[in-house]
Write a protein that binds this ligand. Sequence first.
Ligand SMILES: [Zn+2]
Length: 501
Amino acid sequence: MAKDELMNYEKALEMFEVVIGLEVHVELNTKTKMFCGCRNEFGDEPNTNVCPICIALPGALPAVNRTAVESSISIGLALGCEIAPNGRFARKNYFYPDLAKNFQTSQYDEPIAFNGELTVELPSGSVHTVQIERAHMEEDAGKLTHIGGSTGRIQGAEYSLVDYNRAGVPLVEIVTRPVYGAGAEAPELAAAYVRSIREIVKGLGVSDARMERGNVRCDANVSLRPHGQEKLGTRTETKNVNSLRSIERAVRYEIQRQAALLAKGTAIVQETRHWHEDKGATSAGRPKSDADDYRYFPEPDLVPVQPSKELIESLRAKLPEKPADRRKRVQAEWGFADLEFRDVVNADLLDQIEETVKAGAKPQAARKWWTGELARIANSQDKDVTELEISGAYVAELAQLVDAGKLNDRLAREVLTYVLNGEGSPAEIVAARGLEVVSDDGALIAAIDAALAKQPDVLDAIREGRMQAAGAVIGAVMQAMKGSADAGRVRELLIEKANAS
Ligand SMILES: [Zn+2]
């Protein structure tokens, strides 16, 4: 991969205005696929959830999944869209090995939802309203796995495997209009927008919304133009970026790469690009013109989708609270300061903290565990904190054990590592490993006496007010008790002893 020349980010923004556009694919979590009765389930044995319809045997006839239509309408309504009273599916013709039909059944000029908007808040606190052009229904393709290459991509691979379990899984594609005016915060805006989409579809319960599983994927369009120029610059489309952090990085990279080319007078190639998380760079995919001709034509095997007013209104009545409203509500309920709350939102931890608080933890304790020790562990494993295998209920249990004095901070952190190793709940681990803080004064006094036998001058020092001398004894006791003593209690007992003798 040739190394791109990048312009300094600040300089790029001085020279150019950034325009972005985002296409987000949301995989719906319906029980069955979009046009057949096959199971829609991630992780099943390859090619077990297939039938003549989704592998396109001759003569097989599709039928539209009602739940998928309802989920799509709900997404449209949550984005403030109008809902089309009548919409046809179309065939988008192209060949790809994971698309057995040689066309994708999609919506073309009659999307189910259009003309919406979504207001998103950036890490800096600034607020942007993103215009939504459309949200349309389509089906996913199968999954190709390329074997033998070093990168997992087709280049250098010896052969490829295809799994059609995902072929025909319902998707909703949400397309924005060009987004202007974010300036230096365009990368953050892209990530914040996708985060909000994810919150919405999760809140609606229509998608599992797990980016690492590809339930939510983003194509990020980026173009630059000199300040004051009306005509949009040539754009690139970075495909299938699947984490919020990667979206932010990919947009920033494209800004710097395109700026360097434009400053030299080199034209931008209109193309798709791939994001490489390991290299922190994009690379060229295929050329993409605005006039890609997919020979769209109306799907003759499906009747048009015609949702009734009653159906639309009943779905509207069931919409959950908007992400912005939910944030205001939980921040007030938890009593977090603005900065604390922004950290939580930026780390994508609202759901986790809500779950932890519901399970009985104090909000501040929940916040500290998630943004502190758990974030640190995730970071050291190069993971997102939300990917850690721990539930809010377990974090709450841990916090409660600390509150009850059964664990000190050090022991709690130790218990946490065992929880993350899958050894069970915090209480089970404390019991199984005998990790509880020793609160039995008798055991502590015995350990103090043993330590004093080796450092007999310490009691005199304490009586003379030289408290730093106590540290050595407390340290020795903690070591003898393998960290399971409450240091505060050891100190109290030591002072009592000094004053009594
Ligand atoms: Zn099927």
